[in-house]
Write a protein that binds this ligand. Structure first.
Ligand code: FE2
Length: 366
């Protein structure tokens, strides 16, 4: 990619590893290096599809240690790759600090202009976290990297907008678009989700195939949002495409995803817990479950400006590939991968004949 951004220069000047390419097979074991400025072992991820839009940062806390407090001027989502600990979050005023415990596969939001100190409560094992934010975009608008770290600007309006900032998420019905038009869309509003592998409040992901289910997540008071898709063993979702910056990390399951630019060679990414990949801008991608249980992928979303058009009905013919219209290789490769494992596909034959075929979601538990 020829274009460079302020964020790229800043990132490369920090002296820690940068993971590039299409995916990181296991974020729990990805190489880190000592980051003098932040006093932590860390690495950046700049996968294809992230460039210039979102930051991905891996950090590890030694057993029983606390990291120095950090105040960023942007909201940040944190996904726990492994370990357990405590987060303490506060603002410059004398308001009480907010503290909560996190563990493997927790997802939480650190609000802008707040200090956050992370402590590893396990005396024997390190804790590793994935941090996700919109710093590249912010640094394009204000090309002064220091502006965003430990800036003395003070506000308590977001963290203290509610007494229950980190309490249980609440379901809110929002108007649906695309395949959700007329049905409404259930969105969970919250800033702390204790375990994404155990989360079971799901709704059908209409139109995307495989009988898949989904939870949409929104942090109220922030523009950050996410979704997690859950889909059954021995099935696969429909190929589709959208904008860049959706960082996908796997809370559980085993499978692979295929990504390709229209008319170009396909890239196969095998995944399991803590694998991470990012579909590049406007590349088709498709997710396949090779396990014996549900597969899950958590997608951390870029700013709304970059979400792309794939959820709008008018674009579905262009941005989603129905099963009957697939490249035959998609089905053949899936079935051969299953056969190697002594399994067969659960995609019904009708789905390959009728482009409007829909799973019977009335049988599902919700
Ligand atoms: Fe996608």
């Amino acid at each position: 990619m020829a274009r460079r951004f302020t964020y790229d220069d800043w990132m490369e000047s920090q002296g820690i590893p940068i993971h590039r390419g299409y995916y990181v097979e296991d974020l729990r074991t990805a190489e880190l290096g000592w980051w003098e400025d932040r006093q932590v072992d860390a690495a950046f991820m700049q996968l294809r599809g992230m460039e210039g839009v979102v930051e991905g940062r891996i950090e590890e806390i030694p057993p029983g240690h606390s990291l120095p407090p950090l105040k960023l001027s942007v909201d940040e989502q944190v996904y726990v790759l492994g370990g357990r600990g405590v987060a303490t979050v506060w603002t410059d005023d004398a308001r009480p600090k907010k503290t909560f415990e996190w563990a493997t596969r927790s997802l939480f939001l650190v609000p802008r202009n707040s200090y956050c100190q992370l402590t590893n409560m396990d005396g024997n094992n390190p804790a590793r976290l994935l941090h996700y934010n919109y710093l590249p975009i912010a640094m394009s608008a204000t090309p002064d990297p220091d502006f965003f770290v430990n800036n003395p600007y003070s506000t308590n309006s977001f963290l203290h907008s509610t007494d229950e900032f980190y309490s249980e998420a609440k379901a809110v019905m929002e108007e649906g678009e695309g395949a959700f038009a007329g049905r409404g869309r259930q969105v969970w509003h919250g800033n702390f989700f204790p375990d994404m592998a155990a989360w079971d409040k799901l709704v059908p992901f209409w139109g995307r195939g495989a009988g898949g289910h989904v939870v949409f997540i929104q942090s109220p008071g922030s523009e950050m949002h996410a979704h997690m898709s859950v889909f059954p063993a021995r099935t696969y979702k429909k190929g589709h495409r959208h904008g860049p910056g959706r960082v996908i990390v796997i809370p559980g399951g085993e499978g692979y995803s295929v990504m390709w630019e229209e008319g170009q060679e396909k890239i196969v990414i095998h995944w399991h817990e803590a694998s991470c990949f990012v579909p590049p801008d406007r590349w088709f991608h498709q997710h396949f479950n090779l396990g014996r249980a549900d597969g899950r992928y958590l997608a951390l979303h870029p700013p709304n400006q970059f979400m792309g058009m794939s959820e709008k009905v008018t674009d579905r013919g262009r941005d989603q590939i129905e099963y009957p219209n697939e490249d035959p290789w998609i089905r053949e490769y899936f079935e051969s991968q299953l056969a190697e494992r002594g399994m067969t596909s659960e995609i019904p034959a009708e789905a390959y004949e009728d482009p409007t075929y829909e799973w019977d979601y009335s049988k599902s538990s919700d």
